[in-house]
Design a protein around this ligand. Structure first.
Ligand SMILES: Nc1ncnc2c1ncn2[C@@H]1O[C@H](COP(=O)(O)OP(=O)(O)OP(=O)(O)O)[C@@H](O)[C@H]1O
Length: 805
């Protein structure tokens, strides 16, 4: 059985080798007799343990296929002996199975060597070697490339072919002599071949030893296997299977290991790269560490310095805090003392606050008591206040009755002093009585005729002030606020001081204020004192009458001519377009009146540098509302500054100025007529004879009622006669127009009536004239006006007188 197994194994090897040989032979395209004969020269065990039989064709012996060779084994004829050839052949037979790296694939050896192509060299045909010139052979021999390549890289078969060719050529030519150089070449070739053979032989010996060892090994295995096979075929089979499985596992493990190895290699590579990177990184870190350490050293130095500084500062601060704490300790002590004082004061305060509290309680009680008393007193006062209004009304009534007793029409005379620069003359004023009598001297007439007596309500001398003049007017202002109409006229010849008396030289100083401003100022002050019971509204109108035409002096500087007013205007001027300006204070009135005065018509005359050529009329309307009763009061105050009257011949005026003078005189005569008619209770009062009387119609009409019926609306008329105190001026007549006054004997001395030589009683109007002479220097128109009052002369007569030379 063992033998059988041996044969099977041997057979297996043989078959395997044959198949390989066949394949090899196919590759080389030739028939291998050796394979066919089942001859194999060697067995090769691969590293995997796989037996592989290789038939290695040795090209060295394939050279026997050369057609020229006579040798059945493909040998070649050479000078070698037959023994040597056999030896070579026997050795070749064995070595044929060996693989020679040099001879294994001649086709793959160099095809290009240096500048020479290998096949060119070995394609040199027979006979050419001999034909080569010595120089060419020498060159070839000298050529390292040829020599080297020929020997080192040329296939052995080729080398042998070359040698054979050379030898064959030499034999054919029967030339026993071989050129030296060829011989050298041959020797070299032969040497190379010998070297190769010896190398191969050495290699083969080594291989042989190896094979022998392996063979022994395999044989021992075979023996083991045979033993095993003898033991049990099944086990063998199993073992075989196990072996195969093991082999498979080993293969798998090998593959796995290989993979693991590859993987490990990859990992190693990655690790190496990582290591490299880490090294670089470490280098960078080292650099950074160096830099950092350098910086840290610097910082350390700085910090040390700072530490030193801070140490010093700490020392300083400690000393400073020491001093501070000492000062604070001192302060604390002071504060403690202060607190103690404060605490003591606080205690005192608490005590005093308690006492104040007690006092407050007491004061509260007193206060309550007083409040109660006050309440009681207040009730009494309320009762008194209730009575106050009735008392006030009573007072007003009594006051106005007193005014009426004094006379509703009053005439005052003011003597103007000499003006600075005026020629000093002897005054004609001889005596001024406190009762209103004025005695004027006429030096041109001797005896009794040289004196004239005039009677007025009051005469103001040359030394009288604006205040003195106003003092007698003042009560009338109160009457306006009580609802009376008051008319104050200033008349007199040009330059006698009418405007001075009514307005004053300038409004800037209160001392110089005339009747107008003082009256208004009084009006406002009285209205203020009464405002708790009566609230007043005050308005102002101002017009001028120039050449029998109206000018509304507040409107503008341009004169504004209006038509004649025909309708009756109660309590106001009969001029519809004269605007009413509400005023709140005296300054408002001053402002308005200054505008009016600027607009007033003035011109130069021989008697007065700046003569007022118009009648100026300021009307103040007062409306009072009694807050308790709701009753309303209406009163108005006319302040009339009449134009200067003059004798036309004396004033030496002509043209427009003459016309102005005539208009002025005419209107003054008309005023005299109206007053006379009113005093006479005449059925006809000639208001329409002049614009002046038309404008004042409503106010003058109430005068008539006053005279007729005492209970009705009362009008008061005050005539301020102003004349210069020079000797050249007129004899004067003093009218007292109040019949009631006359009855009471208040205003008109009986003596005057008795002594009247030329005058007649005119229903209460009396006059006393001590001289009937008409002084040429007298004021003609005024004279006429007064004469009219005395003699009831008609305006036509007056007109006639004016024309008389
Ligand atoms: N009582 C007085 N004291 C001082 N100067 C006075 C007095 N009265 C008038 N004068 C002065 O006399 C001059 C004439 O006065 P005023 O202009 O008032 O007269 P008049 O009567 O209004 O004149 P006319 O009728 O022409 O307008 C003025 O310079 C004025 O200052």
């Amino acid at each position: 059985m063992v033998t059988k197994h041996k044969n099977v194994t041997k057979k297996f090897f043989i078959e395997r080798m044959n198949s390989m040989t066949e394949n090899r032979a196919k590759e080389h395209g030739r028939n291998s007799n050796v394979a066919a004969n089942g001859d194999f020269s060697a067995q090769v065990l691969t590293s995997n343990g796989e037996l592989e039989a290789r038939f290695i064709e040795d090209s060295l012996f394939l050279g026997s296929s050369t057609p020229k060779s006579e040798s059945p084994k493909g040998g070649f004829s050479s000078p070698l002996s037959g023994e040597e050839k056999r030896k070579i052949l026997s050795e070749s037979k064995f070595q044929r199975s060996l693989k020679s790296p040099i001879l294994s694939d001649p086709s793959t050896t160099l095809t290009h060597v240096g500048n020479y192509k290998f096949h060119e060299v070995f394609q040199l045909k027979q006979g050419r070697y001999m034909d080569l010139p010595p120089s060419k052979i020498s060159e070839m021999m000298k050529s390292n490339s040829l020599d080297y390549l020929l020997l080192q890289n040329a296939p052995t078969q080729s080398l042998l072919s070359v040698v054979n060719s050379i030898l064959d050529e030499s034999v054919e030519r029967n030339n026993s002599e071989i050129p030296h150089r060829v011989a050298c070449l041959l020797r070299k070739v032969v040497q190379e071949i010998e070297r190769r053979i010896s190398t191969q032989a050495e290699h083969l010996r080594t291989q042989n030893n190896l094979f022998k060892a392996r063979e022994e090994k395999y044989q021992s295995r075979i023996r083991v296997l045979e033993a095993l096979a003898i033991g049990t075929n099944e086990e063998t089979e199993n073992e075989k299977n196990n072996r195969e499985e093991k082999k498979k596992e080993e293969d798998e493990s090998l593959i796995r290991l290989t993979k693991e190895k590859d993987q490990s290699n990859v990992e190693i590579l990655a690790l190496k790269q990582e290591l490299e990177m880490t090294k670089n990184h470490c280098l960078d870190l080292e650099k950074e560490a160096k830099n950092c350490s350098f910086e840290l050293e610097e910082k350390l130095k700085t910090l040390e310095k700072l530490y030193e500084d801070s140490k010093n500062k700490v020392i300083e601060l400690e000393s400073f805090s020491e001093t501070k704490s000492q000062s604070w300790n001192k302060k604390e002590l002071i504060y403690q003392r202060f607190m103690e004082i404060q605490f003591g004061a606080f205690q005192d305060l608490r005590l005093s606050s308690n006492s104040i509290k007690q006092e407050i309680i007491k004061a509260k009680e007193n206060y309550t008591e007083e409040i109660n008393n006050f309440g009681f007193k207040l009730k009494t006062l309320a009762n008194a206040a209730q009575n106050y209004h009735s008392v006030l009304a009573e007072n007003r009534k009594i006051f106005n009755e007193l005014q009426e007793l004094k006379g509703n029409i009053r005439v005052y005379c003011r003597i103007r002093p000499f003006l600075p620069g005026q020629k000093e003359r002897k005054t004609i004023i001889e005596h001024i009585d406190e009762n209103g009598e004025l005695i004027v001297a006429n030096p041109s007439k001797p005896g009794k005729d040289g004196h004239r007596l005039f009677k007025f309500n009051k005469v103001f001398g040359q030394a009288s002030t604006q205040e003195d003049v106003f003092s007698d007017t003042q009560p009338l202002i109160r009457s306006v606020l009580d609802g009376y109409n008051v008319c104050i006229f200033a008349y007199g010849q040009t330059g006698s001081g009418k405007t001075y008396t009514m307005t004053g030289p300038n409004a800037s100083s209160k001392e110089n204020w005339g009747v107008n401003y003082r009256a208004l100022s009084d009006l406002f002050s009285i209205s203020q004192t009464r405002k708790s019971s009566i609230s007043y509204e005050i308005g102002v109108q101002m017009i001028e009458i120039y050449n029998e035409q109206y000018n509304i002096t507040f409107v503008s500087l341009n004169l504004h001519t209006l038509g004649i007013v025909t309708h009756y205007q109660p309590n106001g001027l009969a001029v519809p377009d004269a605007s009413m300006h509400p005023v709140k204070s005296t300054s408002d009135v001053i402002e308005l009146m200054e505008i009016g005065l600027k607009n007033r018509s003035v011109s130069f005359t021989a008697l007065n540098e700046r003569s007022s050529r118009s009648h100026s009329c300021v009307t103040i309307h007062v409306r009072g509302l009694d807050s308790k009763t709701g009753a309303t009061l209406h009163g108005n105050l006319h302040l009339v500054d009449l134009a200067g009257s003059e004798r036309v011949d004396r004033s030496e005026v002509t043209g427009d100025r003459l016309k102005e003078a005539q208009h002025i005189n005419k209107s003054l005569s008309a005023l005299g007529d109206v007053i006379f008619a009113l005093a006479q209770k005449s059925s006809h009062v000639p208001y329409r004879n002049s614009k002046l009387t038309q404008v004042l119609q409503s106010s003058l009409a109430s005068l008539r009622n006053t005279i007729a019926k005492k209970d009705e609306e009362i009008e008061r008329l005050q005539l301020l006669k102003v004349h210069p105190g020079t000797g050249s001026l007129l004899k004067y007549t003093s009218p007292s127009l109040n019949r009631e006054s006359e009855k009471n004997g208040n205003n008109v001395p009986k003596k005057s009536i008795r002594n009247s030589s030329s005058g007649k009683s005119l229903g209460g109007l009396t006059e006393k004239t001590t001289s009937s002479d008409h002084d040429n220097s007298s004021d003609y128109s005024l004279e006429e006006f007064l004469d009219q009052l005395k003699n009831r002369r008609t305006p036509s007569q007056l007109h006639h007188c004016q024309r008389a030379p």
